[in-house]
Structures are given as structure tokens and as C-alpha cells.
Ligand binder design. Structure first.
Ligand code: AMP
Length: 437
């Protein structure tokens, strides 16, 4: 088996890797690092969790620190394009770790935050720029960044960029890069558009394909719980209370769904936060930091926001909603059982999600053990508010005293109304509530 010491890497880099606690290169690292150190282009078919970040950053650090170079303001020597702010930040963290003592300058730029610091970093000149496509183009259009001196270009998670609608941005960025450079493209899947881009930008690439380490998936205890959609909130609470939960990542299909779960759990004294595209950058960072530190034990995420989240010690992944595409399932559950630990993945599956479950089972080639949960329909906080008493729009306005009495019927969130509405009102209340859904 290849050891890091067998790879053509600088002493300082080897020392940093050792400090990071790695002893053996992952398959993608063992296969990519030698050709990349020789300056070859690379097509890496791999997803997060395979060690691909180190596979491209180590040779990059090696090459950039290989010769003296005076930096040119606004013109970075290398560019890593990543789909999300989280992924871009995590790449930066890894570069800082592996590149310690190499005296290379790197910076990360992404949208959703002020641009002043990013512009300053670019002005100072950079060895490595990590960027999301939108903000990069924005700063380029304002004249703060030029790509004509890029020696190494990495396009990371290309298929995810496509899913997120960045294909035109990527093409624009590529059109600004110089002809002569080393290029690496990483993608978990190879849809036609990505094949097209790969053919255009890669020259005689070495192709390295790795599947997520099956040992990771094998270490995850996976099961499915069938239940009604409306019972999922109660089931989640039960899972969080019953299992030996340390840190739990809960996946939902929608941002709105994620917010509803946070409200629900918080109302039941379970601290939780959400991380998704509608949250501000600072809110996302705070949620991730709190989760990493264990200050909050439950993080609710959508697929895109969770892409690349690398938190050690996630004991459970809960699929509150089954993922629409089966590959997301593998991504989701891969957030647990990291760094050699075991993990649990529990998927809640309602009647409408059986097909999604079949697709997942087909992809992973496993029939997952199934349990059934029958609970009660608890809903998010907003939905558990007692319905407002029905008022016939044709009725005359009521006297003030009447209204005050009516308001007593409305109970605080999560509590039953103290008084039952009158018989006549009750049926109308029910009717209105059903219609509201
Ligand atoms: P990535 O696929 O780049 O997101 O990496 C997934 C995780 O594996 C990160 O937490 C890395 O720090 C870790 N990692 C990368 N390379 C190695 C290695 N050779 N040995 C152990 N862990 C590693």
C-alpha cells in the first residue's frame, strides 16, 4: 500500500499531513498526486468523503511553493472554483492546514457577505484563490480580479454546479483563463454538459475514478421507518430522545421544511438550527460552528447547503424526507461514520416516498431493514396554533367585549384552548382549518 512518504511531496507538506493525523493516502490521493505533481491534467470522478480535496491541494501547494514568485495584485496564480460557500471555506481550511509554513497566500471569496475584505485580499496578490462562481464574476466585472496569470485551475464538484444552475458562469470563468495551465476537474457524476466542459478544458487528462469508500457505507447502520407524513415530527422527537444521539444532521427537501422542523424542535426544548440557501452567510456559519462545537446537537439541512459539510462526530443522519435523487442519499448518509467512526442513518418514508426508497435501494444494492411507526399528527409550531375562530364575513362587527371574550379562546402556542368554541363555531373552525392545509 502506498504511504504518504512514497509520494513526491515536500518535507513540509508531509509534516503537515502527519500533523493532520493521516498516515495512508486514500485511493484518489494515491492515484492523483503523482501525475498531478508531474503537471498532468486530471479528470477525477469522485465525491466528497473520498479525500479529493487533499488530492488536488497537495500537488497544488507543492507546485506553487516550488519556485520564487512575486505576486501580482489582482492576478491569482491558481483558482479553485467550488459550488457553495461552505465547500469553498472548507477547501480554504484544508489549504491552511496542509500548507502551513509554506508561505503561500490564499483567500476565499463568495457571495452573501461584503466584498471589501475580498477585494483587499485580491489587491495583495494571491497564490491560491478559492471562489464560488457568482462572486468571482462579480469582482472580475468590477475590475478587482483577472485570471490571465492562472497556472493551475481546479473545477470542483462540477456536476453540483450544473445542478445549481452555474453552467453559464463556469463557461464565462473558463473563457477568461489562459490557454497554458494545469487543469483538474472533479465531479461525482458525468452528465453530458460536464463531459463537454471536460473535453474543452482538459488536455490528455489522467482519469481517476473512485467510488465512495464502501467501508464507510458498511459502517453505517441504515434503516427505514415507515410512517404517515404528519407523524414525522413526533417520530423525529422520539428518535432524538431514544437513540444514543450525539450530533444529528436532519435532511429535508425544502428550506421551508427545514425551518418548520427547527421551530418544532425548539418549541419542544430541543436546540436546533437550520442551514440552507435562504440563511445569511453569518447565520450559516454560526449554525455550523455551534454544531461543530456541540452547542447545538441537531442541525437541519437541505441537500445543497449540506454539500461538503465535514463535521466529525455526526452520530446520526436522519432523512426526514426521502431524497428525490438516489445519489443524494449516499451523500447524506456519508456525513456520518467519518474518520473511521460508526454511524446511524434513519430514513422516514411516507406513502408518497416509496418510489424514492426503491431508487435508493437499487443504487446502493441493499434492501434496508424497515420498521413502522404509528404516532399522532404533530406539526410545526405555526401549524399547531389553534385555528382562529371562524367569523362569518357577512356578520355584523361584534361588540368590543365579545371580541375580548373570543380572544380568550386562542391559547398560547402548543397549549390547548382553555374553552371549547361553541358547538356551532366548532364545525366551522374544523372546516376552515382543513381548507387552509
Ligand atoms: P474530502 O473528500 O476531501 O471532503 O475529505 C473527506 C475527509 O477525509 C476530510 O475530513 C479530510 O480531512 C479527511 N481525509 C482526507 N485525506 C485523508 C487521509 N489520507 N486519511 C485520513 N483522512 C483523510
Amino acid at each position: 500500500m502506498t504511504k504518504f512518504n512514497d509520494l513526491p511531496l515536500l518535507e513540509t507538506i508531509l509534516k503537515n499531513i502527519q500533523e493532520a493525523g493521516y498516515d495512508t493516502p486514500t485511493p484518489i490521493q494515491a492515484q492523483s498526486i503523482p501525475p498531478l505533481c508531474e503537471g498532468k491534467d486530471l479528470l477525477g470522478i469522485a465525491q466528497t468523503g473520498t479525500g479529493k480535496t487533499a488530492a488536488f491541494t497537495l500537488p497544488m501547494l507543492q507546485k506553487l511553493s516550488g519556485r520564487d514568485f512575486s505576486l501580482t495584485p489582482k492576478e491569482p496564480r491558481s483558482l479553485i472554483l467550488a459550488p457553495t460557500r461552505e465547500l469553498a471555506s472548507q477547501i480554504k481550511e484544508q489549504i491552511d492546514k496542509y500548507g502551513k509554513d509554506l508561505k503561500l497566500k490564499s483567500a476565499v471569496i463568495f457571495g452573501g457577505v461584503g466584498q471589501a475584505n475580498q477585494v483587499n485580499a485580491l489587491r495583495g496578490g494571491l497564490d491560491i484563490l478559492i471562489a464560488t462562481p457568482g462572486r468571482l464574476l462579480d469582482l472580475m466585472n468590477q475590475g478587482f480580479c483577472k485570471l490571465s496569470r492562472v497556472e493551475i485551475f481546479v473545477l470542483d464538484e462540477a456536476d453540483r454546479m450544473l445542478d445549481m444552475g452555474f453552467i453559464h458562469d463556469i463557461k464565462k470563468v473558463i473563457s477568461h483563463l489562459p490557454e497554458k495551465k494545469q487543469t483538474m476537474l472533479f465531479s461525482a457524476t458525468m452528465p453530458n454538459e460536464i463531459v463537454g466542459i471536460a473535453n474543452r478544458i482538459l488536455k490528455n487528462p489522467v482519469r481517476v475514478e473512485v467510488t465512495p469508500p464502501s467501508s464507510t457505507v458498511e459502517r453505517i447502520d441504515q434503516r427505514v421507518i415507515f410512517c404517515q407524513k404528519a407523524h414525522k415530527y413526533q417520530l423525529l422527537r422520539k428518535v432524538l430522545q431514544d437513540e444514543g444521539v450525539e450530533l444529528t444532521l436532519v435532511f429535508t427537501r425544502t428550506k421551508h421544511g427545514a425551518n418548520k422542523i427547527v421551530d418544532y424542535l425548539n418549541a419542544h426544548q430541543i436546540k436546533a438550527s437550520a442551514i440552507h440557501g435562504n440563511k445569511s452567510q453569518s447565520a450559516r456559519e454560526a449554525a455550523l460552528e455551534n454544531f461543530k462545537s456541540g452547542a447545538i446537537k441537531v442541525l437541519i439541512a437541505t441537500d445543497i447547503a449540506a454539500r461538503g459539510i465535514d463535521v466529525q462526530g455526526v452520530s446520526h443522519v436522519v432523512n426526514f424526507d426521502m431524497p428525490v435523487d438516489a445519489e443524494s442519499y449516499v451523500h447524506r448518509i456519508g456525513r456520518t461514520a467519518r474518520a473511521g467512526k460508526d454511524g446511524d442513518a434513519i430514513s422516514f418514508c411516507d406513502e408518497t416516498e416509496r418510489e424514492a426508497l426503491s431508487r435508493v435501494q437499487k443504487l446502493i444494492g441493499l434492501k434496508l431493514p424497515v420498521e413502522t411507526f404509528v404516532g399522532v399528527a404533530e406539526k410545526s409550531v405555526q401549524d399547531t396554533r389553534p385555528p382562529r375562530p371562524y367569523r362569518d364575513p357577512r356578520a355584523k362587527p361584534k361588540a368590543k367585549t365579545d371580541q375580548r371574550q373570543q380572544s380568550k379562546l386562542a391559547a398560547p402556542v402548543g397549549q390547548k384552548p382553555q374553552q371549547q368554541p361553541k358547538k356551532e363555531d366548532k364545525s366551522k373552525v374544523g372546516y376552515k382549518f382543513r381548507n387552509k392545509k
